[in-house]
Design a binder for this molecule. Sequence first.
Ligand SMILES: C[S@@+](CC[C@H](N)C(=O)[O-])C[C@H]1O[C@@H](n2cnc3c(N)ncnc32)[C@H](O)[C@@H]1O
Length: 200
Amino acid sequence: MPTRQWNSDTGGLFYEGLFELTSLRTFDEVTTFINQLICPNPVCVETGTAYGFPEGEPYWNTTSSIVKRICEPKDEYLISVDLLDRTEVIDKLFLAGNTDRNKCILKVGDSVQVLSQLDIPYIDFLCLDSGEDEELLLHEYLTIQHLLSEKHYVLVDDIHNTHSVKYKKIVPHLKNLGYTWMQVPTETGLFVSAKGYPIP
Ligand SMILES: C[S@@+](CC[C@H](N)C(=O)[O-])C[C@H]1O[C@@H](n2cnc3c(N)ncnc32)[C@H](O)[C@@H]1O
């Protein structure tokens, strides 16, 4: 594990030899940071696949950012679940970002149903960002919690989005379970929590 040092000049943390953290502001910065600490061969899962093509920077979405920043460097894969078939968007996004399309497995269907049938040994990184329903993300978590590795990350999107309700049940649940957590001031707000890993 890298050495953590508080840097009083920048007001941030320095992970020796790896990453100087002053302030995380984007999803891409968060995944880049997590990649420094997560175990080898991390299996990643997300609910709510990227559905649009952001102007300019393809990593303004969860799917290609997770693959580019975590799965590619660690030679692992992401399972991304969505009610709708997002193949076309993903093909386009990954091509634009020169991101390895083979490292993203799309599963189409209702998240809880798909997650309940996943045939994987464990999950090291989980990102929840599917439907606008207070219960859904909590049900997703409860459905696959038995697969979560002893050390893992769970991210929840949209916590500062006033139009969103999706985080309302899952965030307090994770806090009650004793996760270490932080709120990252991305445009829509990102809850980053971990078991067994340091949080900035
Ligand atoms: C906010 S978007 C995801 C955006 C993506 N994570 C990103 O930041 O680039 C939410 C997605 O959840 C999907 N969704 C809604 N209800 C769902 C459900 N019950 N199961 C699976 N996916 C669902 C929608 O089709 C939509 O693509």
